[in-house]
Design a protein around this ligand. Structure first.
Ligand SMILES: Nc1nc2c(c(=O)[nH]1)N[C@H]1C(S)=C(S)[C@@H](COP(=O)(O)OP(=O)(O)OC[C@H]3O[C@@H](n4cnc5c(=O)[nH]c(N)nc54)[C@H](O)[C@@H]3O)O[C@H]1N2
Ligand SMILES: Nc1nc2c(c(=O)[nH]1)N[C@H]1C(S)=C(S)[C@@H](COP(=O)(O)OP(=O)(O)OC[C@H]3O[C@@H](n4cnc5c(=O)[nH]c(N)nc54)[C@H](O)[C@@H]3O)O[C@H]1N2
Ligand code: SF4
Ligand SMILES: [Mo]
Length: 709
């Protein structure tokens, strides 16, 4: 642009600037911090900035570095603006009409030739409740395929599986965050809140000021350990063994709440019998935690008048994830620390709508409101809501990674991906990439040309959080309305409208006729009515009037349910189920060829597969590439230098990484974050061994060999 024009525009901007301030919610983690977005609007340009929303009762105006920069990717020039179809090997811009016509031809041809189940759908937990609901309906009603699953399978499924078995229902936190300061002992197991949900750290600090003792269980001394009274540096994969040790002490030293056990639980005698054979010295040998620390932790929690236990992916992302969480729940029940102020359990949900995303039907075996697709009554109810025949609803499908295996076997020929980047986030990603390349038709709806979009036959430009209205259910189980603030870039469309258009070209438009997100929500309310995650009593107006409401909320005027399980659990007899948990070794253990344990997770600056945060220079510049965190003693044995490079290999793949020495990690363990694709993709190494119940992969343990590079 020439200097004169620049000057002219600057003048114009000065004379015609308008400032607009609106409130929105962060698109990243499950806390769903609200913030004020300021737009300085002039004729030629808009400038955006963010400030705290002091009115937010959950965060009290706190924001982390990701939230402060979240708008950056949404307004980025690299956003997708046009539908694209692969022509002669290259993705080329086309009109929406041409894209939808191609979509119709491909999907109809494949379903005619190979059957309805030749098409699969893959969703995500960043989408609004309305979109998660719609995607499930799209699969079951428009495509009539059994194949739908979503990225939450890798996220919440183990905690959900455990909570369903133990309590009879799964809501991440059983108590609102405001009760955390009332707990006198808190266990944070495999949860790095300081980096992953930073704005809720204040609740834990407050608890500490009130005299609470905090126990952190993590193979690394993370930033979260700054609030710990006791850090148990567990060997990855051995949480269930550790908890068996703690339970033994709790029972033997008389910390059991006998009246709670009698009135509200089943299975106590079996659990007592089971821990009789547990030996603390064996537990110490397995976990690497000295017996006296196990006793100390059990006493801290056992003695405390009130207490809360939180778990996240460190405990859950294992082939024994459900069992691991169940053992923590055993400890909660034994001590009667649930259903009261300052007493409860929390699976710290991950994604923005990780909670709502798992409730309304994008999971393979699920219908909205936590109904089950294999339950005849549930099917009949949903068929009525949707106006279809019960017999026409498909049966249950398979989990996310198993869908990749079915694609590899060419059983699924077409996949539609909305709001996920599976080629980066699935375990064993070499196989996943190879499988996706076998698809006859891969459709990706995204904001950017993600690693998965680059493999697609069709890429459709979807909507970012600033443009898309809808509800999100944050980690407490509180449903919030997010309003749209901004116009879509280029020819991008709202995600829910894209789903409706895809249905329409398949002649199912009559079932997908909505004017706005609120109409979808009103249908979702009805769909969830009478289900475990019951939203029927919520309306956009009631949600906005009181900074969200907690489900279950069965009728209008109902206050919602901030604290669960005050009087009963959700099993038919109203009682919770204790269960003896046999410790299981991880599926891969260190051996002569692969002598170290690799565990994976997150860093503060990046989010999940990294597509949004790698496209945010303020964040990416602070952490531009993945690092191999390794103890200097182990690095010394291998011959690595700090800042040098290492080749890390598992049975499934090899990658080259920059080395970062850390005194804070166990010497037998290394840590790598998973926010990168291609040659930096740590999931090329991870183990796709799945939990038998919930099908969670073992992201947190695989055996690796490390060499200087
Ligand atoms: N900055 C940032 N924040 C995020 C996200 C992000 O990508 N970046 N993602 C969001 C999402 S979707 C999620 S699911 C959450 C995840 O939140 P977290 O689960 O807290 O995050 P992770 O880093 O995956 O794992 C937590 C900790 O588990 C430890 N760990 C590893 N193996 C074991 C083990 O066997 N036992 C125990 N006890 N601990 C172990 C790791 O050292 C790590 O510190 O974060 C959300 N918030
Ligand atoms: N090794 C290892 N792997 C892991 C984990 C781990 O701890 N270790 N954690 C697992 C967990 S907990 C999770 S949650 C998964 C997440 O894994 P993914 O679902 O693959 O991660 P995201 O980066 O959220 O992918 C979202 C994609 O959708 C796009 N997107 C974001 N918002 C929207 C939207 O509103 N509309 C549309 N159309 N597109 C959008 C983004 O640009 C991005 O390309 O990864 C899992 N993988
Ligand atoms: S804590 Fe989570 S929701 Fe809040 S600003 Fe940070 S990333 Fe966003
Ligand atoms: Mo997650």
């Amino acid at each position: 642009m020439n200097e004169f024009l620049k000057h002219f525009q600057k003048q114009q901007a000065v004379t015609t600037t308008r400032e607009i301030t609106t409130t929105t919610e962060c698109p990243y983690c499950s806390v769903q911090c609200t913030m004020n977005l300021h737009e300085e609007k002039s004729i030629m340009v808009s400038r955006f900035s963010v400030s705290a929303n002091k009115e937010d009762p959950v965060t009290d105006g706190r924001l982390c570095v990701k939230g402060l920069n979240a708008h950056s990717h949404a307004i980025d020039d690299r956003r997708l603006r046009n539908p694209m179809i692969r022509i002669k090997g290259k993705l080329s811009n086309v009109s929406w009409e041409a894209a939808m016509e191609r979509f119709r031809i491909q999907v109809q041809a494949l379903q005619t030739k190979y059957g309805k189940d030749s098409v699969g759908v893959y969703g995500g937990g960043s989408l609004t409740n309305e979109e998660c609901y719609l995607l499930g309906k799209f699969a079951r009603v428009a495509l009539q395929t059994k194949y739908i699953d979503y990225n939450g399978r890798f996220c919440m499924s183990a905690a959900a599986g455990a909570a369903n078995l133990t309590f009879g229902v799964d809501r991440g936190l059983t108590n609102p965050l405001e009760e955390v300061p009332f707990a006198k002992c808190i266990i944070l197991a495999g949860t790095n809140i300081a980096e992953c949900q930073p704005t809720i750290m204040a609740y834990f600090r407050k608890a500490r000021q009130n005299g609470c003792k905090i126990i952190v269980i993590d193979p690394r001394e993370t930033a979260t350990c700054s609030i710990a009274d006791l850090h148990l540096k567990v060997k990855p994969g051995y949480d269930a063994a550790l908890v068996n040790g703690m339970i033994k002490v709790i029972i033997e030293e008389g910390f059991v709440d006998q009246s709670f056990i009698e009135q509200r639980t089943n299975g106590y005698d079996e659990l007592v019998e089971h821990v009789k054979q547990v030996s603390l010295s064996e537990v110490a040998a397995l976990t690497g935690i000295p017996p006296q620390q196990i006793v100390e932790a059990a006493r801290m929690y056992g003695e405390a008048e009130t207490g809360m236990v939180f778990t996240a992916r460190g405990v859950e992302q294992h082939a024994s994830g459900v069992a691991n969480v169940r053992n923590f729940l055993n400890m909660v029940l034994l001590t009667g620390k649930i259903g009261k102020q300052g007493c409860g359990y929390g699976a710290i949900t991950g994604q923005a709508n990780g909670q709502g995303g798992r409730e309304h039907g994008q999971k393979a075996d699920q219908l909205p409101g936590y109904r089950l697709i294999e339950n005849l009554e549930h099917r009949a109810y949903m068929a009525k809501v949707w106006g279809v025949n019960e017999e026409d609803l498909p049966r249950k499908g398979i989990s996310a990674y198993e869908m990749m295996e079915a694609i590899d076997r060419k059983e699924i020929k077409c996949l539609i991906v909305l709001g996920s980047n599976p080629v980066v986030s699935n375990p064993n990603s070499h196989m996943v990439e190879k499988a996706l390349k076998k698809l006859e038709f891969l459709v990706v709806i995204d904001l950017f040309e993600s690693e998965t979009a680059r493999l697609a036959h069709m890429v459709l430009p979807g909507s970012a959080y600033l443009e898309d209205e809808g509800t999100m259910t944050q980690l407490e189980g509180r449903v919030l309305v997010r309003r749209a603030l901004k116009a879509l870039p280029g020819k991008a469309k709202l995600d829910w409208k894209i789903v409706c258009e895809m249905a329409a070209v398949l002649d199912k438009g009559a079932y997908f006729n909505y004017q706005n997100a609120e109409e979808i929500f009103n249908e979702l309310r009805l769909a969830s009515k009478g289900g475990k995650a019951d939203y029927f009593g919520m309306t956009y107006a009631s949600l906005e009037a009181q900074h969200g409401m907690f489900w279950p909320c069965p009728e209008e005027g109902h206050p919602g349910t901030p604290r669960m399980f005050e009087k009963q659990f959700d099993h038919e007899d109203g009682r919770a189920r204790l269960a003896p948990i046999e410790h299981q070794n991880p599926k891969e253990v260190a051996n002569r060829k692969y002598p170290y344990i690799l565990t994976t997770g997150r860093v503060l600056q990046h989010y999940l597969s990294g597509v949004q945060t790698r496209n945010t220079s303020e964040l990416n510049s602070k952490y531009p590439e993945p690092l191999l965190e390794i103890h200097p003693d182990s690095a010394g044995i291998i011959g690595l230098v700090n800042g040098g490079h290492a080749k890390v290999s598992s049975k499934r793949g090899t990658i080259r990484l920059k080395v970062k020495f850390s005194q804070k990690i166990r010497p037998d363990t290394v840590f790598v974050a998973f926010h990168w694709g291609d040659d930096f993709c740590i999931n090329r190494l991870t183990n796709p061994a799945l939990d038998p119940t919930c099908r969670m992969p073992e992201f947190k343990v695989c055996a690796v060999q490390i060499n200087p590079a």
